[in-house]
Design a protein around this ligand. Structure first.
Ligand SMILES: Cc1cc2nc3c(=O)[nH]c(=O)nc-3n(C[C@H](O)[C@H](O)[C@H](O)COP(=O)(O)OP(=O)(O)OC[C@H]3O[C@@H](n4cnc5c(N)ncnc54)[C@H](O)[C@@H]3O)c2cc1C
Length: 375
């Protein structure tokens, strides 16, 4: 490869491809570089597939803003393009007094973020979900589920249709700032080569801190260092999916939103993810953690689940900026001009709700790209 591209995107996950579909047009040469054999093999295909409503995130944060906007855009996109999704709604349920206090705080936060929510009386909860047990709960009508594979494939098709070029088995191994843009060094099966680009967009997911580092950014000083967090899922058999009508979540007390009831668009029931920090990429489910699963708060709300109903199913690993024990961290989506890197757009820590936020993130990045290329 030795081309001058207008825009080069590193990573063909849902974020890189949503951006590619948005920024590509006839008069722009756009490349997507992906180290794997094909698209969407990492975070984008190993997640809960939930279209989040925007309840959990700090007010005015990028997570809150892009999640709320992404929620609406995603339902629209799915409807217009035949991508399977279900606006099934979810109930967040507290099973003791401590959780009930946190539930009220969460309800207020969701309200502040502008998310439609409804506090439920015990009677209303029993009517919506007769088989769950809890002392208080609220309902989120705009939460749903999406077929994430079809969504990623849709963005790939759209990006290609608009003229973007995909380079699979192409790993970015070095970045050099040159006059007018960047020289991107890549490793391909046939050997190493490079391409020149005016705009470079880092959508490298679990490795986005490493890619940021290739540009010379000190990721410790910039606070861009990622922590990998593994989330394990268990499938639930025995026809128990018929006992629930929507997604059921606990009150989040630790990392992320907590082990919850996940349904896919075909109403297959799973529980997860049980999150813990890891240092390596290994997607095997460690079933010695089944006990943690059984002791998780959501199980108290679902007394009809027997330990024998649960079978280890799959795992995903999330790119978190939040270190163990640390508080809220927002997405990093920045044009790094102020670091002396004009034309370099950095996306780091695009963890949950990244799937939900992807169409809004694509719009946000597209404005940055237009400003760079049209100035
Ligand atoms: C367990 C789990 C549950 C989740 N649940 C939800 C949910 O229910 N709802 C929700 O909204 N979000 C959820 N998320 C978050 C969501 O999945 C992510 O935010 C989203 O998939 C991030 O997409 P991405 O494209 O940034 O990353 P990825 O899908 O990881 O894609 C990054 C791509 O970059 C490529 N790459 C990396 N380095 C290089 C390199 N040097 N050269 C070339 N290519 C490179 C990788 O191979 C990869 O294909 C969850 C995540 C996890 C892990």
């Amino acid at each position: 490869m030795s081309y001058w591209a207008d825009i080069t995107i590193i990573g063909a996950g849902v974020i890189g491809l949503a951006i590619a579909s948005q920024v590509t047009r006839e008069d722009r040469e756009v490349y997507v570089l992906e180290k794997n054999e094909t698209f969407g093999q990492e975070q984008s295909s190993r997640n809960s597939e939930v279209i989040h409503a925007g309840i959990y995130y700090e007010k005015d944060s990028l997570k809150a803003r892009t999640c709320l906007e992404g929620n609406g855009l995603l339902y629209q996109l799915c409807e217009q393009n035949g991508i399977a999704c279900k606006k099934c709604g979810k109930i967040i349920v507290a099973t003791n007094d401590v959780e009930a206090t946190e539930l009220e705080k969460l309800y207020r936060r969701g309200n502040e973020n502008g998310v439609p929510l409804k506090m439920l009386s015990r009677r209303e909860m029993g009517k919506l979900e007769p088989n769950i047990k809890g002392i208080s709960a609220f309902f989120s009508p705009t939460t749903g589920v999406v077929d994430s594979y079809s969504l990623v494939r849709y963005f790939l098709g759209k990006a290609r249709e608009n003229g973007a070029q995909m380079a699979f088995k192409t790993e970015v191994i070095g970045i050099e700032k040159v006059s007018g843009g960047y020289k991107v060094e890549v490793k391909e099966p046939s050997g190493n080569s490079s391409l020149m680009t005016r705009v470079l967009i880092n959508c490298a997911g679990l490795y986005s801190d490493k890619v940021a580092e290739m540009t010379g950014i000190n990721i410790d000083e910039a606070n861009y260092k990622l922590h990998w967090c593994k989330g394990e899922y268990y499938s639930v058999g025995g026809g128990k999916n018929k006992l629930l009508n929507r997604l059921i979540y606990p009150v989040p007390m630790a990392i992320s939103v907590g082990v919850h009831v996940c349904f896919d668009v075909d109403w297959r029931l799973r529980f997860g993810p049980l999150f813990y920090y890891v240092n390596e990429i290994n997607f095997a489910v460690n079933d010695s953690r089944k006990r943690d699963f059984l002791e998780s708060s959501i199980m108290k709300a679902l007394p009809f689940i027997e330990p024998s109903d649960l079978e280890p199913e799959s795992a995903g690993i999330m790119a978190m900026l939040q270190a163990e024990g640390e508080g809220f961290r927002d997405f990093v989506i920045r044009h790094e001009e102020h670091r002396g890197l004009p034309g370099f757009i950095n996306l780091v820590g695009i963890e949950s709700p990244g799937l939900t936020s992807c169409p809004a993130i694509a719009r946000y990045v597209s404005h940055m790209v237009n400003e760079i290329l049209e100035n």
